[in-house]
Design a protein around this ligand. Structure first.
Ligand code: ADP
Ligand code: ZN
Length: 518
């Protein structure tokens, strides 16, 4: 059986599981009966698509939504997975082709509308095809009391008994009565399914972000305030893990580094030390963590911005598995944003996937620059909206904000008037009216924007640009190193149709102070 993680990365192009997905995937792949409740948009389809690839035979997916089935089949085929659909929207040729592939054992996933189950021919052909598992999307459709009731869903229970295969059922509807009805109707005569209903919140984990400002010192201070506690520091490069581990060691902490370039034996030694030893700090790349299941990790720090909001959630989620208090700190700066954008743009992924990766990075940047509760922002992204917190830096100390419409317009104007051709440094020089050689050579001292931004200093302008990047108002152009381009979402601001509020902490004060709790 191919591992879940390589498939997640190589086939689906995701770098981490979303909350809840991993446990569900493992249970489904292991052949258990499962009922999983996940919010809309939480990523249910992956929870049966990935196990389908891990298991032999074909997985039958029953869904009432024809457009969605066709979408998913197309996406799967594009990812190189043999998938087909039998729906009323098919042409005769399509139906014949799907049947043929099915009988020849070439399909991994077969999507089907529930109406099809009413035909005895369908059931016979499913039997011959070697269906090894049934996934039921929108499982609440089996509930006669709900408003989405589909009588054809009642045939699934019978089908399960006929084929004698595991069933995994998915829905976003969480009320207890619907759940009980799903169990009764889909799993008659079977062992009750394992239910996954855990919310995504990890209330014992304190969340905090800080802008990089002497980042090594920020990490050292964070570790110092937690001396003797077991923690992980994530870094974006291998060299940095070695460097930071040495620095922590020199301060009398017990620290080790870990990355994918190390000998397997050395890596295993660190993993074993980590499991055994109290108070060890592991400074690592994201290579560390897959097998790590230590319950009493008390803190996780990111010395660099993670890749996406999913990676962030997964990495901080390694802390406090025992339910005890755990703290996190994530550092970020304009360099991180540039690096992550460049990694996406220079990767080999097709354009749609790249756009999705940018969106997931934007979600993380939105969280980094959030103006209210981090937990609400984070869980809201995963579809969970009823959130209480009091356990994040912004609940501890609300962010001060200010109306940044004027400086943002100035910055946008400087970008446009210089042909979207320059990076932050040169743009700030123009706004501040500094006559550098480059400014003079390009005659940028003649621009109407030259020197209009003297109300702010250099660091403050950098903070404004960084937040503009975080809000995706501007993006570095991958073709021209570091040059900023305006995005569509900035247009209404420039045209005077929208105003914008930014966080004041890093802008109003010349230097930002990190929200580190001692
Ligand atoms: P649901 O069926 O729960 O409403 P989907 O399965 O359609 O949600 O997934 C919602 C979105 O989340 C999709 O765009 C999907 O590509 C994305 N997604 C799912 N799992 C992951 C993951 N592990 N990392 C990043 N994106 C994911
Ligand atoms: Zn909060």
């Amino acid at each position: 059986m191919t591992g879940a993680l390589p498939l997640l990365r190589d086939v689906f192009g995701f770098d981490a599981f979303r909350p809840g997905q991993e446990e569900i995937v493992m249970a489904v792949a292991g052949g258990e009966n499962v009922l999983a409740i996940m919010p809309t948009g939480g990523g249910k389809s992956l929870c049966y698509q990935l196990p389908a690839l891990m298991r032999d035979g074909v997985t039958l997916v029953i869904s009432p939504l024809i457009a969605l089935m066709r979408d998913q089949v197309r996406a799967l085929q594009e990812a190189g997975i043999a998938a087909g659909a039998l729906t009323s929207g098919n042409t005769e040729d399509e139906t014949a082709a799907v049947h043929e592939a099915l009988q020849e054992g070439r399909l991994k996933l077969l999507y089907m509308a529930p109406e099809r189950l009413a035909s005895s021919g369908t059931v016979a052909s499913l039997r011959r095809a070697g269906v090894s598992m049934i996934a039921v999307d929108e499982a609440h459709c089996v509930s006669q009391w709900g408003h989405d009731f589909r009588p054809d869903y009642l045939a699934i229970g019978q089908l399960r008994q006929t084929l004698d295969v595991p069933v995994s059922a998915f829905t976003a509807t969480a009320d207890a009565e619907t759940r009980a009805e799903i169990v009764e109707k889909l799993f008659p005569g079977a062992e009750a399914p394992r239910q996954f209903l855990r919310g995504f919140d990890r209330p014992n984990i304190h969340l905090a972000f800080a802008v990089k400002n002497k980042p090594r010192q920020q990490i050292m201070d964070f570790a110092e305030a937690r001396r003797g506690q077991c923690g992980i520091v994530y870094c974006s490069t291998r060299a940095k893990t070695e460097d930071l581990a040495r620095a922590l060691d020199a301060q009398g902490h017990s620290a080790a580094h870990y990355h994918g370039g190390m000998d397997p034996a050395d890596r295993r030694a660190v993993e074993e030390r980590f499991a055994r030893e109290d108070g060890l700090i592991v400074v690592a790349t994201v290579a560390f963590g897959m097998g790590v299941d230590k319950p009493d990790i008390r803190w996780v720090a990111h010395a660099d911005l993670p890749k996406s909001i999913e990676s962030y959630y997964q990495e901080i989620g390694r802390a406090g598995r025992d339910g005890g208090p755990a703290e996190t700190l994530t550092l970020f700066g304009p360099e991180d944003i540039r690096l992550r954008r460049a990694q996406i743009d220079e990767g080999l992924a097709p354009p749609e996937r790249r756009a999705a990766d940018h969106a997931r990075l934007n979600a993380l940047l939105g969280l980094a620059e959030a103006m209210e509760c981090r937990r609400k922002t984070l869980l809201g992204y995963f579809g969970e909206h009823e959130v209480t917190c009091g356990q994040c830096d912004l609940c501890d100390r609300p962010a001060e904000t200010f109306d940044a419409t004027t400086p943002v317009r100035m910055a946008l104007s400087a970008i446009l008037r210089t042909g979207e051709y320059f990076g932050t440094g040169h743009l700030v020089d123009i706004l501040l009216g500094i006559e550098t050689d480059k400014v003079k050579a390009r005659r940028h001292d003649q621009l109407p924007t030259f020197g209009v931004g003297k109300e702010y200093n250099k660091q403050q302008w950098q903070a404004i640009f960084r937040q503009m990047m975080g809000r995706d108002l501007v993006r570095p152009d991958p073709e021209r190193h570091g040059a900023l381009r305006m995005t569509e979402s900035a247009r209404p601001i420039l045209r005077g149709e929208e105003e914008i509020t930014l966080r004041a902490d890093s802008v109003k004060k010349a230097v930002s102070t990190p929200a580190v709790r001692a």
